[in-house]
Write a protein that binds this ligand. Structure first.
Ligand code: IPE
Ligand code: IPE
Ligand code: MG
Length: 241
């Protein structure tokens, strides 16, 4: 299939994994890997935008990542926060709208300021949508949605019999973001690691051996080409004449 005939997935999600291994294999500290990972994220944003992808979800810090040694957690927090501040201008220049998915509890005040600031500053942008997942867990997101739905049911604002998948969708952190079409995981691990559990119900998975810091536009093209070879059936049948 030629590049021009390629279907571009509307929503691409990435588990940005392998920073630590990338660094250790080069005799560097894990935090060096995270610094290179940040550059890969900038590259990915440009490459995704250039290909006309509408929505990108990026897994930057999971609710499970708090279990890492404190210095690494601090380094990650510092990196994410400074990237948000430093890159805000570029996000606006490129008309990118940023949403944040995650829990407020546990995040340091400067990080919350940076996240809230970026979301507010890009609210009028109408280009590519970035759903940045920080202190994010798929299970906790569904728990938070369930609590809110239960509260409304108890208050009589919502009829229990009317609860359906749409109700859950509307109570996720960012209800506007459509289902994931393509999920990319660098680093070779064949697992979801608590990422976008609801939104990936029918996502196509693309796992690649290379680590996130070495991600390029060529990897993205390979993922999109692979996506175009998949037959998405959504539980139905594709009938051949
Ligand atoms: C991904 O890289 C970054 C985060 C999880 C925040 P890792 O730090 O998990 O790198 P590996 O998987 O140990 O190589
Ligand atoms: C997933 O990677 C989380 C992020 C990339 C933010 P992990 O490295 O935390 O996942 P596991 O521990 O290998 O499942
Ligand atoms: Mg990892």
């Amino acid at each position: 299939m030629s590049e021009t005939e390629m279907v571009i997935p509307r929503h691409v999600a990435v588990i940005m994994d392998g920073n630590g291994r990338w660094a250790l294999e080069r005799g560097l500290k894990r935090t060096e890997g995270h610094r290179e990972g940040r550059k890969a994220t900038q590259r990915f944003m440009r490459e995704a935008d250039a290909r006309g992808i509408g929505y990108v979800s990026l897994y930057a810090f999971s609710t499970e990542n708090w279990s890492r040694p404190e210095p690494e957690v601090e380094a990650l927090m510092g990196l994410i926060e400074s990237a948000l501040v430093a890159e805000l201008e570029e996000l606006c220049r490129n008309d990118v709208r940023m949403y944040w998915s995650g829990r407020r509890e546990g995040l340091p005040a400067p990080m919350l300021r940076a996240l809230d600031g970026a979301v507010a500053a890009t609210a009028d942008n109408r280009g590519m949508v970035l759903n940045l997942c920080v202190n994010y867990g798929g299970q906790i997101e569904i728990v938070d949605a369930t609590k809110e739905i239960a509260r409304k049911a108890v208050a009589g604002e919502l009829d229990v019999e009317e609860i359906g998948p749409e109700t859950v969708q509307q109570h996720l952190y960012v209800p506007e973001v459509p289902p994931v079409d393509l999920l990319i995981r660098p680093g070779g691990d064949l697992r979801i690691s608590n990422f976008l559990l609801w939104q990936t119900a029918y996502a196509e998975f693309y796992v690649m051996p290379d680590y996130w810091p070495s991600f390029t536009g060529e990897h993205l093209d390979a993922a999109i080409a692979d996506y175009n070879r998949r037959q998405r059936r959504f539980g139905g049948l594709v009938l051949v004449e």
